[in-house]
Design a protein around this ligand. Structure first.
Ligand code: DON
Length: 304
C-alpha cells in the first residue's frame, strides 16, 4: 500500500477543515503553542517511514507518556500492577475524582490521571533514581537518544496543578499512594512533560505493533502477553470518556495527550503519530482524530 500518497491526500483534506477545537488553558505554557501546527508520521513493520507537515517538531506528549510509565512499572512489578490500578474504562474525564471514593482509591485504569499517579508512585518505590531511570528507559526504546523532559512545562503545570494535587492526596488518604504526595506529583509532572516529535513517537511505539519486541536490535521490551494487555488498555481506555468514540471512528489501540498528540497502533503493521494542538471537548486532538478516522477508512486498516 502506498501510505505516502494516502497520507498526503488526507493531510491536505484535514488541514483545510476548520478546527473547532481549543488549546488547553489549564497548563499555561500549552496555551502558548501555535494552534496551526499539524504533523503526522507513520512507521511500518516493513520499514516504511513517511511524515508530513510539522512531524519533526517537538511537542509535549503529556498523557501519551502514561503508556511508557505503565510499561516500566509493569516490567518492574508484573501482574501486581493490577492490584494497584484497575483495567476498566472510566467513562469519566481524565482528571475526575468521582469514582475514587467509592472504589477505595483504586483508579479505574492507568491512563486517567489518578491511575498514572499510582503508577508514578510504583516507579518511586521501585527505582533509586526514578526521574533519570524513566528517561533512560524511554531513550533506550527510542531511536532518538536526545529525548528529554521539559522543565518549563513541568513547572508550568506544577504551579497550577491543584486538581492533580487533590487527586494524589485523596489517593494517599485511601492508602494507595505509598510515597510522599509531593514526590509523586513531581515525578508525574516530569513524566507528562516529555517532549518528542511525531517521527520519534511512531518509531518508539512500533514495538507494540510487534508483540513487544523492537524491530531493530530485536530487544523484547514486553512479553507478548504484556504487549497484548497494554494494547488492550489503549483500546479501551486510551481516550478517557471518548475511548468508545475513538474505537467507533478510528478502530485502533491508541493514546492521546493534552499537548495535541495521538499515537495509534495497528498490530503487525504500523504505528502512526499525529500532532495538532487544538483539542475537542474531551481533551483529545480535534484534527488528530479526524486524520486518523480518514486514514483507517481509506486504507481499511482498522482492527475491526
Ligand atoms: O495531568 C494532566 O492533566 C496532564 N499533565 C496530562 C493530561 C492529559 O494529557 C490528558 N490527555 N488527553
Amino acid at each position: 500500500m502506498d501510505f505516502k500518497e494516502i497520507i498526503q491526500d488526507i493531510y491536505k483534506n484535514v488541514k483545510a477543515i476548520e478546527d473547532s477545537g481549543a488549546l488547553p488553558t489549564y497548563i499555561p505554557d500549552l496555551a502558548e503553542v501555535d494552534p496551526k501546527k499539524f504533523g503526522v508520521h507513520i512507521t511500518t513493520m516493513d520499514c516504511q517511514n513517511f511524515g508530513m507537515g510539522d512531524c519533526y517538531e517537538n511537542f509535549s506528549i503529556q498523557s501519551i507518556a502514561k503508556v511508557l510509565s505503565l510499561i516500566l512499572a509493569y516490567k518492574l512489578i508484573g501482574a501486581k500492577t493490577w492490584e494497584r490500578v484497575d483495567v476498566e474504562p472510566s467513562g469519566n474525564a481524565f482528571n475526575s475524582l468521582l469514582q475514587l471514593e467509592v472504589e477505595k482509591g483504586i483508579p479505574r485504569n492507568p491512563f486517567i490521571n489518578a491511575g498514572a499517579l499510582v503508577i508514578a508512585d510504583i516507579l518511586l518505590s521501585e527505582l533509586k533514581h526514578p526521574k533519570a531511570e524513566f528517561l533512560a528507559f524511554v531513550r533506550d526504546i527510542s531511536n532518538n537518544k536526545d529525548i528529554n523532559y521539559s522543565s518549563k512545562i513541568a513547572s508550568s503545570e506544577k504551579k497550577v496543578g491543584y486538581r492533580n494535587i487533590a487527586l494524589c492526596n485523596f489517593i494517599k488518604s485511601l492508602g494507595n499512594i505509598k510515597n510522599e504526595p509531593s514526590d509523586v506529583l513531581d515525578l508525574y509532572f516530569d513524566i507528562c512533560s516529555l517532549e518528542m516529535n511525531c517521527k520519534d513517537l511512531s518509531e518508539l511505539f512500533l514495538f507494540l505493533a510487534n508483540n513487544g519486541k523492537k524491530i531493530l536490535g530485536q530487544d523484547q521490551i514486553l512479553t507478548e502477553t504484556q504487549s497484548k494487555r497494554v494494547n488492550a488498555l489503549m483500546q479501551t481506555c486510551g481516550f478517557y470518556d471518548e475511548s468508545g468514540e475513538f474505537a467507533f471512528r478510528v478502530g485502533l489501540p491508541g493514546k492521546s495527550g493534552v499537548g495535541g498528540g495521538i499515537i495509534a497502533i495497528y498490530p503487525d503493521k504500523y504505528a502512526i503519530a499525529v500532532w495538532s494542538p487544538k483539542l475537542n471537548k474531551k481533551g483529545n486532538s480535534y484534527k488528530g482524530m479526524k486524520f486518523l478516522e480518514q486514514f483507517t477508512s481509506v486504507t481499511k486498516l482498522s482492527i475491526f
